[in-house]
Design a protein around this ligand. Structure first.
Ligand code: FES
Length: 107
């Protein structure tokens, strides 16, 4: 496992990730998706585990699930669990928002 830090402050992270937008971020050598809802940050694989569609073009619902744009499978952004659909769970990456930025733990 390796820890990466994005930004230099909490304020910078809040500006970097506008509320409920899905951003693609390069962490180490991997492109991941990052979503912020309030002070909660979700980080997970950027491509759908079903057939690989880009989740950057997905939709976030009120249950804090990401809906894939291709076949509309739904995934819990916190646990990565498949809510609707039949495929592997979403790979998620633990993170921690601190006063010095956003720490993301990659496998
Ligand atoms: S590619 Fe995402 S649900 Fe099929």
């Amino acid at each position: 496992m390796k820890k990466y830090t994005l930004g230099n402050s909490k304020e910078e992270i809040l500006l970097m990730f506008p509320q409920k937008s899905i951003k693609k971020v390069l962490v180490g050598e991997k492109k991941i998706a990052v979503v912020r809802i309030g002070l909660e940050i979700y980080s997970f694989q950027s491509n759908c585990p079903h057939r690989g569609a880009s989740l950057i073009n997905g939709i976030i619902n009120v249950s804090q699930e990401i809906i894939c744009p291709l076949h509309e499978y739904r995934f819990d952004m916190k646990s990565g669990n498949v809510i609707v659909g039949s495929c592997q769970d979403l790979e998620i990456y633990p993170n921690n928002l601190t006063d010095t930025g956003l720490e993301i733990i990659m496998p």
